[in-house]
Design a protein around this ligand. Sequence first.
Ligand code: ZN
Length: 356
Amino acid sequence: MFAERLVLARKAAGLSMSALGLEVGVSANAIKKYEHGNNMPTSKNLLKLAKALNVRSEYFFRPIKVNLEGVEYRKRANAPQKLLDKINGDVMEQAERWAELLGVYPDSVTPVPQFILSESLPDRVTTLNDIEAIADLMRQQWSLGLNPIHDMVDTLESKGIMIINTSVEVKKKFDGLAGKIESTPVVVISSHQPGDRQRFTLAHELGHLVLHDRLAEGLEEEKACNHFAGAFLLPKQAIREHLGVKRSALEAQELFMLKHEFGISMMSILFRAGQCGILSESQQRGYYMQFNKLKWRTQEPGDPYPNEETYLFKQLVYRALSEEYIGESKSAELLGISLSNFHKERKLGVTSAAIN
Ligand SMILES: [Zn+2]
């Protein structure tokens, strides 16, 4: 167990065997022996390893191991393997903590729902119009109406999709990834992306869950999922109510305001305006070229849309604590913070003299 986890943590930290050895004060060969299970570090070196790899020493002995299957990356073509290893290490570490947390709940309690798609969804999706309809249907079934979805993470988590927010530095080379652990769908977003990108990734991955196996030949899944994402975040009826049914021109400020209302990028709104017939194809292309020229494709103007946060994991740690399924030190370990920081957080910063 130790050997396997050391490899994972080292790759997650982006260190070579010799770089890690240097930090711990042992040779690369010694690290190699640990990783091949031929030798165990002394307890002193174990602590040094944990420190160098930014994990707690319990990490190396955590009994739970999860399998992330069917992984689909949303990355730029030039994302280096080293970066993907780092992300993968962080995701597995978080996913294992999730598995451990869910494992402390008794069978009679279901802290998270199972993800289920309604049987009333159409079996076959043959046109882009069908995708609009399916996005509308999903909104209807989840009682979302036509309003902006304020919290995409919460919306998906409440339907049984596991969301992992990775803080690995991604430098615009990675948007997210999706896969499955057992039968639970998992979507990974990056905390370094602006909120509108994170939300688009979340909606895109929801698209895969909904559309996979339903798409007719000739509909490319990636494109279909992008279309679904736009339609889910900003339904046709909503964009028409805001911009009108047919326009001869659009102001950038209109796109900017709509972006901040619905949490979808100006560029995506421009595409939606084309898809929904508000702009003609040539008008949309013209604006696209202007966007390109202004470098708005890489960075949109003005304040970014705020980041999405994940709260469910922490909520379930506190719920498990208050129901006495776990104690304080396990809570701190699951949250990845020190016991003293956990004490402070638990008491909401109020000193124990004031509240007892
Ligand atoms: Zn995709």
